[in-house]
Design a binder for this molecule. Structure first.
Ligand SMILES: NC(=O)c1ccc[n+]([C@@H]2O[C@H](COP(=O)([O-])OP(=O)(O)OC[C@H]3O[C@@H](n4cnc5c(N)ncnc54)[C@H](O)[C@@H]3O)[C@@H](O)[C@H]2O)c1
Length: 275
């Protein structure tokens, strides 16, 4: 068997534990170095997943300089995705980055260009595409059951679901609220099924009405500095298709109305019973 691909983890917090499990389960990969600015996070993660103590770093530039890596896995808060990914490319690595890709379109472009320049891959951890439902829906589209998709609607509304852990509500670290956290998941899923048509216009509104006020939710409203707790948008594509999106961490809807739902409708004339 060819040698295993050597992975360096940047950011050893909550979601990184699932990544570590994935790298461990994959017979072609091994995590050989971990960087986190917090000692406890890097040491706990290394202990849990059996990474050598002398391969722990508090600065990813040092890690990239000292350890030969094939892949860099970026699991930091959103604000640091771009710099860590670009550094990974400059060190000649492929980069897996958590969603959202980055905090602005300019940052995304910079990352894409750095990957092209280094001739290395940039992959974003848009997990919905890879789960059973996502793969099944994609197979139905590929099999022609859906036809040409001309309308879609994606919804992920939490009535009272502002994260009270991590740095999600801190604008300096996360930049955005439910749009960056939840919206990117359903938007990616819908676009994946629609074959990523070219967008020509976006109309959207964001609201901050509940999460910055005292409530029974566990987060501290005084620390809520991201710009929105709810967002709604409408996208028109060059092929004539349209897509609406609504997402929230806090909204006065029932739990029943709040389920995740990605709907795409096309020209396919399948009898209802066929599905
Ligand atoms: N795909 C999903 O469903 C999913 C789920 C949760 C989180 N996420 C994404 O994963 C990312 C991390 O979220 P989390 O919940 O694990 O956060 P977290 O706060 O639990 O972990 C982030 C870690 O990064 C470290 N860190 C911060 N700056 C760093 C730097 N410059 N260099 C090295 N380490 C640094 C922190 O010390 C912390 O340990 C976010 O972008 C989030 O949107 C994705």
């Amino acid at each position: 068997m060819a040698r295993k691909l050597r992975v360096g983890l940047i950011g050893a917090g909550g979601i990184a534990q699932s990544h570590m499990q994935g790298w461990e389960e994959n017979e072609h990969t091994e995590v050989v170095a971990i960087c986190d600015i917090k000692r406890q996070a890097r040491e706990d993660t290394a202990k849990r997943w059996g990474v050598a103590k002398n391969a722990l770093f508090d600065d990813y530039e040092k890690m990239l300089e000292k350890v030969e890596l094939d892949i860099v896995d970026v699991c930091t808060p959103n604000a640091y995705h771009k710099a860590a990914a670009v550094a990974g490319f400059q060190a000649g690595c492929h980069v897996l980055v958590e969603k959202p890709v980055a905090t602005s379109a300019d940052e995304c472009r910079e990352m894409i260009n750095a990957g092209k320049k280094a001739k290395r891959l940039l992959m974003v951890a848009q997990v919905l595409r890879f789960n059973r439902e996502g793969q099944t829906l994609r197979r139905w589209v590929d099999a022609g059951l859906v036809g040409d998709i001309y309308w879609g609607q994606c919804t992920l509304l939490r009535p009272r679901g502002v994260p009270a852990w991590g740095t999600f509500i801190d604008a300096k670290e996360s930049a955005g609220g439910p749009c960056y956290d939840l919206g990117v998941h359903i938007l990616d899923m819908a676009l994946y099924l629609m074959d990523f048509p070219e967008p020509v216009s976006v109309s959207a509104a964001t609201y901050l009405q509940l999460a910055n006020k005292p409530s029974l939710m566990k987060h501290d409203p005084a620390k809520y500095t991201v710009p929105e707790d709810m967002a709604a948008g409408f996208i028109r594509f060059a092929n004539g298709a349209t897509l609406s999106l609504q997402t929230s961490w806090a909204l006065n809807v029932t739990e029943a109305a709040a389920k995740m739902n990605v709907v795409v409708c096309g020209t396919g004339c399948v009898k209802r019973t066929a599905c």
